[in-house]
Design a binder for this molecule. Structure first.
Ligand code: SF4
Length: 463
């Protein structure tokens, strides 16, 4: 079947080998194309959401708050205030007469009731249109209540999701530099861009602990306001999910001289590289750290490899499609699928840059479709054209896979399985295996080829 592609989107799709590399990206979504992307407000909300002892107040109509209520499976080891989504519930009258009074009252009431360590106040589309002075209200409440009350300038219409990431980083940067750093170890890092989905940040913290490295601030999974305030005392920033938190790392480098490295905790190579990069950075201060890291990686891989080989037997030669938020995750996923003997035939992201796509073009096989900011129509067409066995994406991609009778792995906000680290690689492989080999897909209209095939599938389901 010929993919249905709007004329204006053709430059955002590249087929490796069919033409020299070229892709346009990092631009506004085509109106009417039903992009899989979220708005600016959502971008900032998802980054700040896991700060668990902060109040998160959405200044806007209730629909914006509902859209992002408890949006990530970000776990906290302590307070869980982040899981409540508060809204000023702006109505028509507020749009006409302004919502500042309502915002002030909501902030005062919520701070008194929940005693948060800071408050983030998100601006939405309508607030940008009516021109409420968010900064002035926040400043007033901050002076009265004695906690940081930080405006997040995330009007939904002002750009794409990346603008939201920047607004979140600017908001957090107001906290950085306001805490005491006197007790921080010289071997210390901040973890940026990990949201502790299904407890993943705890896996990474455990590796770092075994290497002898302290974590000052989790930004933002299992995050705390006090930790963000002293984050400028860390020796190094580890930046995962670079789209979301790279701006903060750059701001901290410029103001406090803290270097950063880009890392990924997904897959065997990237997880090992991340640990080795940290060890290299600190080996002048601690000459033993590299040996400890090598031992850690050896131990983990010795346990992991035989289990992967077992699962690989059923997965060899199967085809995968990937569509994720940031392209950096896609690099790790391609390598992970190779460990399982599988081929990636389509890969795309919501917010990749030209360099990201260039790298994807270099590491993928001939014929792979590389796509920027796609939509359900294109995704369905590509999945059918390539006849994939598994689609890796998030909540918005899941129904596409299920309707087409294709296995699915949630690698986004809502996942319940930890997929980071060596343990995460095993969880990923198990999940891929379970969905790819499930007989249930034979019952979907597209897969149902003959009554005999269905009967076999039914037997397999019952056995
Ligand atoms: S901020 Fe705007 S685009 Fe985002 S959810 Fe609210 S109304 Fe929709």
């Amino acid at each position: 079947m010929e993919p249905v592609i709007f004329e204006e989107r053709k430059t955002q799709i590249h087929r490796k080998g069919a033409e020299p590399f070229s892709i346009s990206c990092n631009k506004s979504s085509l109106a009417g194309a039903v992009s899989q992307r979220a708005c600016v407000f959502c971008g900032s909300r998802v980054v700040l959401y896991p700060i668990a002892d902060a109040l998160h107040l959405v200044h806007g109509p209730i629909g914006c708050a509902v859209y992002t209520w408890d949006i990530r499976g970000a776990l906290s080891s302590g307070p869980e205030l982040h899981r409540l989504s508060f809204s000023t519930d702006l109505r028509e009258k507020d749009v006409i007469f302004g919502g500042e009074k309502k915002l002030y009252q909501a902030l005062v009431e919520l701070i008194d009731r929940h005693q948060p360590n800071a408050a983030f106040v998100y601006s939405t589309c309508i607030v940008g249109i009516i021109g409420d002075d968010l900064k002035a209200v926040c400043k007033k409440v901050e002076a009265e209540k004695g906690i940081p009350v930080i405006p997040v300038q995330s009007e939904g219409f002002k750009g794409n999701k990346r603008e939201g990431y920047l607004a979140a980083c600017e908001a957090m940067f107001q906290l950085v530099g306001t805490g005491d750093t006197s007790t921080i170890s010289p071997l210390s890092v901040n973890i940026l861009g990990d949201f502790n989905l299904a407890g993943e940040i705890w896996i990474i913290q455990d590796y770092l602990k075994r290497m002898g490295v302290d974590v000052v601030a989790n930004i933002t999974g299992d995050g705390r306001v006090a930790d963000v305030r002293r984050a400028h005392g860390a020796a190094l920033n580890l930046v995962q999910c670079s789209g979301a938190t790279m701006d903060l790392a750059k701001m901290m480098q410029e103001k406090y001289g803290i270097p950063f490295i880009r890392v990924s905790y997904f897959g065997i190579e990237d997880m090992s590289d991340a640990l080795y990069d940290v060890a290299k950075f600190f080996q002048d201060k601690d000459p033993e750290i590299m040996a400890r890291t090598q031992e850690l990686v050896r131990e983990e891989l010795t346990a992991l490899y035989p289990k992967l080989q077992e699962l690989r037997k059923d997965l060899e030669g199967k085809k995968a499609a990937i569509y994720v938020g940031g392209a950096f995750k896609a690099f790790s996923l391609i390598k992970s699928f190779r460990h399982l003997g599988m081929n990636v035939v389509m890969v795309g992201s919501q917010t990749g840059t030209e360099e990201d796509y260039q790298e994807l073009a270099e590491i993928t096989d001939e014929g792979t479709i590389i796509v920027d900011d796609t939509n359900p129509l294109e995704l369905s067409a590509f999945i059918k054209e390539k006849d994939v066995d598994i689609f890796v994406g998030g909540v918005k991609e899941r129904p596409i896979a299920f309707k087409l009778g294709v296995g699915f792995c949630d690698h986004n906000h809502e996942r319940k399985e930890a997929l980071e680290g060596f343990l995460g690689m095993y969880n990923f492989a198990k999940e891929v295996h379970a969905t790819v080999t499930s007989p249930v897909w034979n019952f979907t209209p597209r897969r149902r080829k003959s009554p005999i095939a269905v009967n076999h599938a039914q037997e397999a389901c019952l056995s």
